[in-house]
Design a protein around this ligand. Sequence first.
Ligand SMILES: *Cc1c(COP(=O)(O)O)cnc(C)c1O
Length: 471
Amino acid sequence: MSIANEQDQLWRQLQAERESRSALRLALDFGGEYLDATPKRRVFPDQAALAALDAFDEPLPEHPTPADVVIQGLHRLGSPATTAQGGGRYFGFVNGGLLPAALGARLLADVWDQNAALQVMSPIAAKLEAVCERWLVDLLQLPEGSAAGLVSGTSAATLCGLLAGRNTLLRRLGWDVNAQGLFGAPKLRAVLSEGAHVTVRKALAILGIGAAQIETVPADEQGRFDLSRLPPLDESTLLVLQAGNVNSGAFDTFTPLCTAARKAGAWVHIDGAFGLWARACQETAHLTAGVELADSWSADAHKTLNSPYDCGIILCRNRAALVGALQASDSYLHFGEGRDGMLYTLDMSRRARGVELWAGLKSLGRTGIDQLVAQLCRRARQFADELRAHDFRVLNDVVFNQVLVACDSPALTKRTLELLQAGGECWCGGSEWRGEPVIRISVCSWTTTPDDVRRSAAAFVDARDQALVSV
Ligand SMILES: *Cc1c(COP(=O)(O)O)cnc(C)c1O
């Protein structure tokens, strides 16, 4: 066959696949089956499902494969090798569930395949981003006019917030990073608690602030910034605080810390990956008192808000500081009257994650978000109560959605966790807390019911009973 004929054939195949919608239909059918099966299946894939992944280790295909065949293969081998995150008994890391409206919006937006860089590339993406910004500032009660950028996650959001902070502090010290670069710039320092998330140090390193310029303040017994150890702050300081410690869920005491920082001319960034949402819930809003005094905030919609992956948010009090730090211009870019999403993020071409963020916020509304957050906290407290009743030790104050659990000895905790993970009834991760191995529970999905918590607590007891035999 000539090359022209072969191409013709491929184009006919692609056209037929597009018109028949069969790959799309298959994906939706398989997706529906997957959602139905999720609550009933093992939470972590079994050995057979993991071993079957070897089938993907084939050489790059020489020739086209029909779309249906691609999707069928993906479902057959891929679906069983997922973790059942949306099923109600996944408590690993801090991963969120999936709201139905957000999922639907995501699927539709995937069909639209918009580039959300510029308003002129996608008016709908620009509009929904602008609406999300307004809604988020309202919902999270941040200073009026604060800007929001939609990024991949809190790692990127923290990088953007600290970038805006670094450049602002340097400008105040008479140094324009965009014009003069960093070499020879006045020195900055960062102050953070030892409980800060690893992504904060990563962002600082990328921004040219290494370990030698970071002052780490000891945390208190809950993992909060120890106010009594706050070093003197000044106009060359980036202060990083935390709404929701990744282990304990604890919140820093923002009002005195932010007040001291403002007085000193420091920049305050708050990592609120999952905890900033506490502010949108009456029962937990008190934990975030004073966050409105900071300069920038990061949050993940894909965690507590149960948006699809990936959706991080950078919020910044001073719009010009954020846009100025992420500046980009060239004669071929046409900036619009409305919102050009790329001005608020590291990326230029980007998917329209505002679509599903909007859909999630719209479908829940203020009261729905309040209930979602309150329910996650309630389930976490239930988990803690049930485990305490079975003589597990709960090591943190369960103020939000995180529970840290240990058995009578470190060896027993570790073995119990291994057996719990292997059992498949639920899934929790491990961590270390104040020098001791712990089992870490994070209640993050709207799907988790009281019965899911009861079943999972029973799995803890079974795992420990088995572990007692071998430890
Ligand atoms: C998850 C998390 C991060 C990192 O966020 P990504 O979305 O994974 O980039 C940072 N800080 C805290 C407290 C987190 O829980």
